[in-house]
Design a protein around this ligand. Structure first.
Ligand SMILES: [Zn+2]
Length: 342
């Protein structure tokens, strides 16, 4: 039987044709790595994902659904490869702890009732929290204490029906992240993890968590659990980016020292923290070069160098942003309010 290796096939789409799972044209195959699951053995995992609205998932996601093995999870979370020995075991323990914590609620909206819901949709949320805060368990505890929810809708119609707006959203009243389940795999179809709507919405959820901790009436675009020094540094870095944006707005044809984030994130403080949070994890080396103040405060905050978590940057956002600043004819309305720590 032909074998497919994690290295070469992990990110390729798996489809179904005449009762066979097809990857890269193979209809009969098994994984090269132990325990060598065959396409037939992977079928129930594929069916669960499919019934939940995840169509033609990448092989890595099918494998994770079949068996939540760290080697499989490493193909969507490079951090796992970067840590070894006791640190890796501690990461796995933390992941299990978050995954089983009843305070984190993960729902699937509109699923087929005769097929069990996929575990991947819960696991990917736990994996995201664990990989951002694996050295800040205090922040994980704080976030779990707020009873966060994630609602995955099986398709666009159910997403709209349950109140979802845009391509994904965070609903403050329900403290809920809402996304279409197909977006759970977004960014995992390439060897370097790319676009991550879940990370972006998590930025909004963290902002709301900080708001709850401080008892503010509205969120201020902050992250929970920052020390006084980190908050001061965060606002300093934010002011720097906002000043760049305002200079560009004043003279878009002449200013070349443009912000690291897209004009979209300067709409308000919430989009700012969500946008930079996603950029930090997906394009850390670029952020270190182009927005070093922001990069260093976020590394301080998570107690970890994000370049180790994502050894190769996703460059798509950066190039899009640069292109936008170079060619935009009009500026975006900006309502940033919180530029100081008090
Ligand atoms: Zn947003």
């Amino acid at each position: 039987m032909p074998t497919v290796s994690l290295n070469d096939y992990a990110h390729l789409a798996v489809s179904k044709s005449q009762n066979a799972l097809v990857v890269a044209g193979h209809t009969t195959w098994q994984l090269a790595e132990a325990p060598h699951p065959t396409a037939t053995q992977l079928m129930p995992a594929w069916e669960r994902l499919h019934a939940a609205g995840i169509h033609n998932p990448p092989l890595n996601v099918v494998l994770i659904e079949h068996s939540p093995d760290l080697r499989f999870m490493a193909t969507i979370t490079p951090l796992i490869t970067a840590i070894q020995g006791p640190a890796r075991q501690a990461f796995l323990a933390l992941l299990n702890q978050i995954g089983h914590d009843p305070r984190l609620q993960v729902h699937i909206y509109g699923k087929a009732t005769d097929v069990a819901p996929p575990t991947f949709l819960r696991l990917v949320v736990a994996l995201q929290l664990a990989s951002c805060f694996w050295l800040r368990p205090d922040i994980i505890a704080t976030v779990l204490d707020t009873h966060p929810q994630v609602e995955w809708s099986v398709d666009r119609a159910h997403y709209a029906q349950s109140g979802g707006i845009g391509g994904g959203c965070y609903v403050p009243g329900r403290h809920t992240i809402m996304l279409e389940s197909s977006r759970s795999c977004e960014g995992f179809r390439t060897p370097t993890p790319s676009v991550s709507p879940l990370l972006h919405e998590m930025g909004h959820l963290l902002d709301a968590t900080a708001q709850r901790l401080h008892g503010w009436r509205t969120p201020r675009g902050e992250l929970p659990g920052m020390t006084t020094t980190q908050r001061t540094a965060w606002y300093h870095a934010k002011q720097h980016e906002v000043a760049r944006y305002r200079r560009w707005c004043a003279q878009p044809d002449r200013v070349t020292d443009v912000p690291f984030g897209h004009p979209y994130v300067f709409q308000n403080d919430g989009e700012f923290v969500a946008g930079y949070w996603e950029l930090f994890w997906r394009s850390p080396a670029l952020m270190r070069t182009h927005a070093p103040l922001m990069y260093h405060v976020l590394c301080e905050y998570v107690q970890f160098d994000a370049c180790r978590a994502q050894p190769v940057d996703y460059t798509g956002y950066f190039h899009d942003n640069q292109q936008t600043y170079a060619t935009a004819q009009a500026t975006w309305p900006s309502h940033m309010q919180w530029l100081n720590p008090d």
